[in-house]
Structures are given as C-alpha cells and as structure tokens.
Design a protein around this ligand. Structure first.
Ligand code: UD1
Length: 418
C-alpha cells in the first residue's frame, strides 16, 4: 500500500494552479444521465472518485471517457436501473444516481452507501424528498427500491438540514418532473450553483440556486452541454493553510476567492496576509499567527472539509483555541493522529479544545478519511524529522497531484510503494 514519506521543516513557497472541484464535477457527471445528447465537461480533476463515477456511468449504460481533464459523455444506450453495492460502496456520492434515473426510468434500485469514518451519513433527507415528488420507496436487504408509476410530480420540499447531496439529488430529479418543485432550506454551496448552471444549460428551468429556496419548473426533455467545472475551494484552502503552517507563501491561480470567504476571513483575523484578485489568492506568512475559534456550518459558514487542516494549524499557534464540528457527528479521527506529532487536543462532545505547542515531531500516522489525510500531510510538512503517512488512497480520492504540487512549493516528500 502506498505511503508518503515527508521530511518536515521547509517553508512552502511558490505558485500553483488550483484543480477543478471534485464535489462539483461528481454531480455534473451524473447530470449527463438526464440527456441522450453528448456532453463535454472540462477542468475535471484527476482523482479516484472521478474514475469511480466514470466507471459507474459506463456500467449504467452512459458511455463516458476521461482524457486529461476533460470528460466526454456520448449518446446514451439503454440504462440499467440497478446500482449494486460494489459500486455504491466505493463512493457515497453514487447515491446521486437516484435522481436522474428515477426521472428517466421511473424506477431505480440503489444499494445504501452505508456509514463511513466520519459518521453514519444517512440518506433520509433524500428519500423523504423523493416521496414528496411522488416516489414509492422501500428498503430491503440494504437496497433502496424507488419507483414512480406515472412519473415524478413537482412538490414543495423542505429539508430539516441543508444537505448538499440531497439538494443535488432532488435538483437532478425535479428538472424532469411535471410541474414546479420548491426546495426550502436547500444547501447553498457553490457546487449547487455550478450544478444548477449546468442544468440550465441543458434546458432546465432552475432559479435561486445558491440561496435558501430553489425553484425548479420541470421540462419534458434536456439536451447536451459543455461546461467548465469551478475551482476546488477545499483544495485551495488546504494550500493556503500549508503556507500558513510552514510560515511560507503561496499564490493560487484559477481560484474563485469569493468561495473561500469564511476561511480567508479567519486566516486574516489570525494575522495571515491574504490578497485577492478576481481569480487569484496570494497568502503570505508575515508574523506569528493568533489562534482563532471556529464552528463548522453549512455554506457560507466555515466548511467542515477544512476543519482537520485548520486544526493542524491551530495546534502550533501560541495560545488556546476551540473548534466546533456541527456538520458531521464523528469528524475527529485525525485528533489521535495529530497527538502523535505532539499536539495538545482534548475532545469535548462535538468540539475540541486545543492548546498550542511549540513544535511537532515527525511520526508514523494513518489516514482515516480524505480531509484528515490532508491535515496529517500538513502536520508532516512542518514537523521536525521524518513522517510516514499511510493509507494515502484516501488522499488520492480528493487531491489532484498532491505530491507534485507540494513538491513544486518546495515540500520534501515522496510517495513510496511498500
Ligand atoms: C457533501 C460533500 C462533502 C462535505 C459535505 C458537507 C460531496 C461529494 N461531498 O457531502 O465533502 O463534507 O457535503 O459540506 O459533495 N444527512 C442526513 N440525512 C441525509 C443527508 C445528510 O442526516 O439524508 C446529514 C449527514 O449525515 C451529515 C450532514 O447531514 O451529518 C451533511 O451531509 P450532506 O450535506 O448531505 O453531505 P454530503 O452531500 O454527503
């Protein structure tokens, strides 16, 4: 199994181009199922999650090919309506197959994705909303069977929590439903807006994406599209924190600074020098940073996907800080690993209290999930001595060319096969 060996202590400095957003590319890939026309998606990152989605689409019957950072989806063949556990269990986002297939085939059977390292992650919000649109749902043997005899009908759908996946799934279904759907308490993440833009390019009638209420007027048919995926705000945040933790400086190109406001505001409060243009961010360490408390929240709040990386940074600042995790129930698996570097962190319910330490010492550590892995790499980059990060397949799911980009910034790291 591959590992990354890091020799810490170098200041990361230089320029990198931010890759396309994984969390935007995935639902857009599933949107290709809504049409029989060809589609072209550019700025798609090279990640195992993307490969899984492409394999999934091909399995379902949508011929899809990824070449470089472009995915081409071809005219459709007959779709299968069953998504087996072997495929769904590889990636939770596979649940997004439900919306488009239910809309087009009027039935779909999807294995439940199950929990993962960061929590139970149920799909009740998705299923309740599909019921509102007229779907019959039964769960048997770990599989959700969904059908609509006469097709989906638009309805008022109110989410108890602004779930990103549920908002996307319902959008992907409601665009082809009869009549109007209104989603209240929808997720407002930039990835939702990107998906809505794609759907509108396809001929859908979606308004309000990016706000709390989204209106979708169903249409009979959708057509092909060409679309460039938005930049990955979580990848961008990770490299900004890499500059902060190593007391260096990075210039990020091809980024949308407005998507990083909550993270950059906190970093600025902390004392990091951040300058933005329309599509670049420069982040430079100029003085010792001050600890800051954060609470993770749905967008536009502080992203849960940056919580672990933020924690690594706070551990090395002089003073105390607190992080509250409000999106996932069990997203502190990196705490025990950060403690191996010498971090002083105490978990208290859904929050952690951190007392800053002067330095980290390199250690062998294990990745539990994607963003936890990023935090461990950041810790390794600043730790004294050698760090060996294992189970890095989690990182390959979400960070495009991580090793290459960190090396370009001057990091001393090597991916090795063991
Ligand atoms: C997406 C992102 C993930 C990010 C998360 C929150 C993708 C591929 N993944 O995940 O990187 O961390 O948003 O920003 O885009 N929940 C329920 N019932 C449901 C659905 C969700 O209880 O039916 C709960 C989840 O367990 C979790 C919270 O709601 O505690 C947020 O989940 P959700 O917004 O749905 O996240 P994902 O779409 O899975």
């Amino acid at each position: 199994m591959d590992k990354i060996v890091i020799r810490g202590g170098r200041k990361l400095k230089g320029e990198i181009v931010v890759s396309g957003s994984k969390n935007s590319a995935l639902p857009i890939l599933f949107a290709t199922l809504l049409t029989d026309d060809p589609a072209t998606i550019t700025n798609v990152p090279s990640l195992t999650d993307i490969d899984t989605a492409v394999a999934f689409l091909n399995f379902i019957g949508k011929k899809t090919v990824k070449k470089g950072n472009t995915v081409k989806a071809y005219s459709s063949y007959k779709y299968k309506h069953i998504a087996p556990y072997g495929l769904v269990s590889k990636m939770r986002a596979s649940i997004l197959i439900m919306g488009p297939l239910l809309a087009r085939l009027k039935r779909v059977e999807v294995s439940l994705p199950g929990g993962c390292a960061i929590g139970a992650r149920p799909v009740d919000i998705h299923l309740d909303a599909f019921k509102k649109l007229g779907a019959k749902i039964s769960v048997k043997g770990g599989c959700v069977k969904t059908s609509t005899k006469n097709g989906l009908k638009g309805a008022a759908v109110s989410f108890r929590f602004p779930s990103v996946g549920a908002t996307e799934n319902i959008l992907l279904a409601a665009v082809l439903a009869k009549g109007k759907t209104i989603i209240t308490n929808a997720a407002r993440e930039p990835e939702i807006e990107d998906l809505a833009n794609v759907l509108n390019k396809m001929g859908a009638k979606v308004t309000g994406a990016g706000a709390k209420n989204i209106e979708i007027e169903g249409v009979d048919k959708l057509h092909g599209f060409t679309h460039e995926v938005i930049p990955d705000r979580i990848e961008a945040a990770t490299y900004i924190i890499a500059a902060a933790i190593t007391k260096g400086g990075v210039i990020l190109k091809k980024v949308m600074p407005q998507h990083l406001k909550s993270v950059n505001d906190k970093l600025k409060e902390s004392g990091l020098c951040i300058k933005e243009t329309k599509d670049t961010i420069s982040a430079k360490w100029v003085k010792n940073l001050k600890p800051q408390n954060v609470k993770t929240e749905a967008y536009p709040g502080f992203p849960t996907d940056v919580q672990a990386q933020w924690m690594a940074l706070m551990c090395l600042l002089n003073g105390e800080s607190r992080i509250e995790e409000n999106v996932f129930e069990n997203r502190f698996l990196h705490v025990a690993e950060l403690q191996r570097f010498g971090a002083d962190i105490t978990i208290s319910g859904k929050a952690v209290n951190i007392k800053g330490v002067k330095k980290f010492s390199g250690a062998p550590v294990m990745v539990s999930d994607l963003r936890a892995g990023a935090a461990l790499v950041l810790a390794g980059l600043v730790a004294k001595g050698k760090t060996v990060v294992s189970r890095i397949y989690h990182l390959n799911r979400g960070y495009d060319m991580l090793e290459k980009k960190l090396k370009k910034l001057g990091g001393d790291l090597l991916q090795e096969e063991f």
